[in-house]
Design a protein around this ligand. Structure first.
Ligand code: NAD
Ligand code: LMR
Ligand code: MG
Length: 628
């Protein structure tokens, strides 16, 4: 019926509005009336789920009623909010007229969104071509599909929503998730990136619109990590939002309710994790952009049960560790001197604390990790949150930060809640690291205070995303501190011309250098869990990729054009660590005995061979859907 309706409309268009005999039997010759009266009659379909959503004659997008979503295997394939055709028309009009005007930074953002739309449409049409284009132009396009533009996309996602992508699980799906996962059309899923939308980059709670982040992360899993795009699944857990502007926004596609808390929230998470591992027991689940209050607890809850990791806590930590090791080398000192670094960290959230925990372990390693060396290493950090410096006098101290609370007596003592400027002036840190989400917080005075006699090569890491949330820009940093400082930022910044041929090198310090390799290595190792040992191996491999010549110039991370090679090397290091830890079970292409027999170089070659790259395959018609 659907195709008859389709051909009717096409035929009518060809005949300049005249309709065929089939339609003429209807009471009216008016095509639009015929169409609408037909539209109200049931249409028999021989498709289900994603096949309906990808058929323009059948697809109703967000207007598929719940009964249809349930009977046709679509539950979870759309944002949970059901809206009507009239609302869709209104939404389209609203988004058409207002989207560009509402974007934040004017002209350049309008352009960025237009570029994202072009890429997104290509992604919808042709996966192979899309990934080929992305890989070949990664430097130009990573800032569009990933940070910073992906932040803007999430802020506007309800208006930008066209073809659905990924899955949505909500509190309304309680008890149904184990069956819903079977609505996803792929038999095999290797990597899931899931968010609850509660802390999207430094942009806060964006509710269901956070789905843009898992989509962007998985783009890099494919383009950099060589994961097959047919086997990735972006997920948003819609547990409500506390963002009142979104709740009042007529375009908003998510549930209009406050965020679930406590046991209700945990029940959704637990059911989701159980459901995906039920259908895909070997899948790797990456938790992404969960607010601090859940990020650590979810990691602790699941990391010894499932092969999962939290990118913001663990991926970021590895990248910051590699960056600090690079800065130590740039100072002309041996890497073991990391244990002598004074590090001021601004931001005590999931990312900031993930970083200090990992760097602290690395500092302790020089003398052997023990309670004593870890305690000593903790003294190298000064941590600030929105209340200022965290000291032992802090009231209602977050237990995760307790180990780093500074004494208010003794040398370098500062009062509870001391301001960043006072901390920097007194401590004279080697590394100033921002994971606060507060744009511009490393202001002129703070950067001036980083010019001190303790270190002629200070490192400034403005790691918050997207660009407008970065703690400072490359220009501010180099103009104030001179060409000798080492600069890294979460979102890309340009190199800075310092005159007379001198160039301040702007590094991108982003977890994109690790998560694709961590996922790839875990998958190929067939590791049961993602352990600290595997994460340390990943970070160390990243750090070791930079030559002495690079680091001397202040280049501490590889260029984004090398991201595929980085993922390969990091992936191989993760495989090796998993084998050494006896956690590897291998895959059909190399079991654990094969992996054990491989030299380091052979593991690298193996990883490279297993990475998916975009190329067309010949198509042959076969009645059975089995692939040949
Ligand atoms: N570059 C990367 O790879 C990377 C990775 C993860 C997160 N990030 C970025 O880090 C930022 C924080 O992420 P998160 O998950 O830790 O968030 P979070 O909400 O868990 O933590 C933010 C922390 O910043 C503190 N803070 C807020 N205002 C402050 C102020 N004025 N002064 C000092 N501290 C302040 C908060 O108290 C909190 O401790 C985000 O912008 C995110 O985009 C970057
Ligand atoms: O998404 C990014 O660009 C990095 C990081 O995961 C973040 O949350 O900011
Ligand atoms: Mg993140």
């Amino acid at each position: 019926m659907a195709s008859r309706l389709g051909s009717l409309v096409r035929e009518s268009a060809k005949n300049g509005g005249r309709i065929g005999s089939w339609a003429r039997s209807l009471a009216s010759a008016d095509l639009s009336r015929a169409y609408s009266s037909l539209g109200n009659r049931p249409i028999l379909v021989d498709k289900r789920g994603a096949d309906i959503l990808h058929d323009p004659w059948l697809n109703k997008g967000t207007a598929h009623p719940q009964v249809e979503r349930d009977s046709l295997g679509m539950r979870g394939l759309l944002p949970p909010n059901v809206i009507s055709l009239d609302q869709q028309v209104a939404r389209f009009g609203l988004s058409f007229r207002s989207l560009e005007r509402k974007t934040k930074d004017g002209e350049s953002d309008v352009r960025a969104l237009a570029q994202w739309r072009l890429l997104n449409r290509l992604h919808d049409r042709n996966e192979t071509l899309y990934y080929r284009v992305l890989i070949d132009n990664i430097k130009e396009f990573a800032p569009i599909v990933y940070t910073p533009t992906v932040g803007l996309v999430c802020q506007n996602y309800s208006g930008l929503f066209r073809r659905t992508r990924g899955m949505y699980f909500s509190a309304k799906d309680k008890g149904l998730m184990a069956s819903m996962v079977y609505n996803w059309p792929s038999e095999r899923v290797d990597v899931i990136v899931v968010t609850d939308g509660s802390r999207i980059l430094g942009l806060g709670d964006l509710g269901v619109q956070g789905i843009g982040i898992p989509i962007g992360k998985l783009d890099l899993y494919v383009a950099a990590g060589g994961i097959n795009p047919a086997r990735v699944l972006p997920v948003c857990l819609d547990v409500g939002t506390n963002n009142t502007a979104l709740l009042e926004n007529p375009l908003y596609l998510g549930l209009r309710q406050p965020r679930l808390e406590g046991e209700e929230y945990l029940a959704v998470l637990d059911e989701f994790m159980e459901a995906v591992y039920l259908r895909w027991p070997k899948v790797i689940v990456q938790h992404e952009d969960f607010q601090n209050k859940w990020a650590f607890s979810m990691l602790k809850r699941y990391r010894n049960k499932y092969r999962m990791f939290n990118d913001d806590v663990q991926g970021t930590a590895g990248v910051a560790l590699a960056g600090i090791l690079g800065s130590v080398r740039a100072m002309g000192r041996p890497m073991s001197d990391i244990s002598k670094m004074r590090v001021v960290v601004v931001g005590a959230g999931s990312a900031g604390l993930g970083v200090v925990n990992m760097v602290r372990e690395s500092m302790a390693m020089a003398e052997g990790v023990s309670a004593e060396t870890l305690k000593k290493a903790a003294e190298n950090f000064w941590i600030l949150d929105k209340e200022g410096l965290v000291t032992e006098e802090r009231k209602d101290m977050d237990p995760d930060v307790k180990d780093y609370a500074r004494s208010v007596n003794g040398s370098l003592a500062l009062p509870e809640g001391a301001a960043l400027l006072d901390v920097v002036k007194k401590v004279k840190p080697d590394v100033l690291l921002g994971l606060s989400g507060v744009g511009g917080i490393f202001n002129k005075q703070i950067l001036e205070a980083m010019k001190h006699e303790r270190n002629h090569r200070p490192a400034v890491f403005a790691m918050s995303n997207p660009t407008s949330n970065a703690e400072c820009s490359s220009t501010d940093c180099f103009k104030i501190l001179g060409g000798n400082c080492v600069f890294a930022s979460g979102s890309p910044f340009p190199d800075v011309d310092l005159g007379s041929g001198a160039v301040g090198k702007a590094n991108q310090g982003n977890n994109m250098y690790l998560f694709p390799g961590i996922g790839l290595g875990t998958y190929l190792a067939g590791a049961r869990l993602v352990t600290d040992g595997m994460l340390h191996a990943a970070a160390e491999r990243l750090a070791s990729m930079m030559s002495a010549e690079d680091v001397a110039k202040g280049v501490i991370f590889p260029p984004v054009t090398d991201i595929r090679a980085v993922a390969k090397e990091v992936g191989a290091a993760v495989v090796k660590a998993a084998v050494d830890e006896d956690l590897a079970e291998g895959t059909w292409s190399a079991d654990v005995r094969d992996l054990r027999a491989m030299s380091q170089d052979e593991i690298v070659e193996y990883v490279e061979r297993m990475m998916w790259s975009p190329a067309y395959s010949p198509l042959i018609y076969s009645k059975s859907k089995e692939s040949i």
